[in-house]
Design a protein around this ligand. Structure first.
Ligand SMILES: NC(=O)c1ccc[n+]([C@@H]2O[C@H](COP(=O)([O-])OP(=O)(O)OC[C@H]3O[C@@H](n4cnc5c(N)ncnc54)[C@H](OP(=O)(O)O)[C@@H]3O)[C@@H](O)[C@H]2O)c1
Length: 280
């Protein structure tokens, strides 16, 4: 299969190419095709003889999006609409990635695909409006929401740093540090998403619409950090930090676990993390 990836040099895009080596890929950088340029997107898609398009490109600096909502809107809301429109014209499937941050985070038991989004920060809002734009422009499109990505390094230096990398970096420099003990969501291994993508979206296509794809379960940032150092037996002390002591520009959902009710759920987050850290 020939696959066009926007944002293909990011963390998830790199994992898809490394895990699913049976396919051929085209993956323009943001320098080659800036997805906020509608004409560039449309012309590029028209010229590419591909079987499917997957959009992984995003503005995903959650705090910066509060001040820079115009750019977040251009990349996360308008651009997916341009791709959706071009894929409709070309009559090929379109898979667009979104986030648990579309939810407000008050539902402790987690969210299913049909729950009503109600984002509480600019990033979440831009991603939710992007989902709506995609489904409005392409009735056959697929939206995949995921959360807290980590895994092998991305090809692009612009890719978002993962929490696992941040914790490992801190652990290599400090003997003790504090981590936010709130916000429950699921750490998700990008390699697991790649394999699920193959099974449920590339082997054969499901019904169009919204899907959830995160490793099962959930934890706070503190619990995640503890699990990382425990698995690797690192000689560091991690202490819980009350997030109110260190406010950030963007509010975060307190509980944003994604339940997958339309495709088989992925393995538990602890199992994926252990596998990644011990057998990278
Ligand atoms: N990271 C997370 O924890 C997380 C959580 C939930 C959902 N998601 C979603 O999952 C998807 C993949 O995330 P990721 O972590 O793999 O992203 P990432 O590693 O940060 O990579 C994002 C990519 O977006 C591209 N990009 C940004 N602006 C662009 C523009 N104007 N034109 C073209 N490309 C542009 C960048 O391309 P260049 O490198 O060429 O500049 C970069 O490679 C995104 O939709 C994200 O919102 C991520």
């Amino acid at each position: 299969m020939k696959i066009l990836l926007f944002g293909g040099q990011g963390r998830l895009g790199t994992a898809i190419q490394n895990k699913l080596t049976q396919h051929q890929y085209v993956y323009p950088t943001s320098q080659e095709v800036n997805i906020t340029d509608k004409e560039a997107v449309t012309n590029y898609i028209q010229k590419q003889p591909v079987n499917i398009i997957i959009n992984l490109a995003a503005y995903n600096n959650v705090d910066a999006a509060e001040k820079d909502s115009t750019l977040a809107d251009a990349i996360n809301t308008q651009a997916p609409g341009y791709i959706a429109e071009a894929t409709t014209e070309k009559n090929i499937p379109f898979v667009h990635f979104s986030t648990d941050y579309v939810f407000e985070g008050t539902k402790k038991e987690g969210y299913v695909e049909s729950d009503q989004p109600n984002p509480i920060n600019a990033y979440g809002k831009s991603k939710w409006l992007g989902e709506k734009k995609v489904l409005e422009k392409n009735l056959q499109a697929f939206i995949i929401r995921t959360s807290r990505l980590y895994g092998p390094p991305a090809k692009s230096p612009n890719a978002k740093r993962s929490f696992v990398d941040i914790v490992l970096d801190l652990a290599s420099k400090e003997s003790s540090f504090t981590i936010n003990e709130s916000e429950v969501s699921a750490p998700t291994l990008v390699d697991d998403i790649a394999l699920h993508l193959q099974k449920y979206f590339l082997d054969s296509l499901p019904e169009p619409g919204i899907y959830h794809m995160s490793n099962q379960g959930g934890c706070t940032w503190f619990e995640w950090a503890k699990e990382i150092v425990d698995i690797l037996n690192l000689p560091v002390q991690i202490l819980p930090r009350d997030q109110n002591q260190q406010p950030r520009p963007a509010k975060r959902p307190l509980f944003s676990i994604l339940h997958s009710t339309k495709i088989t759920p992925m393995r538990p987050w602890q199992e994926a993390l252990k596998n990644y850290l011990l057998h990278p």
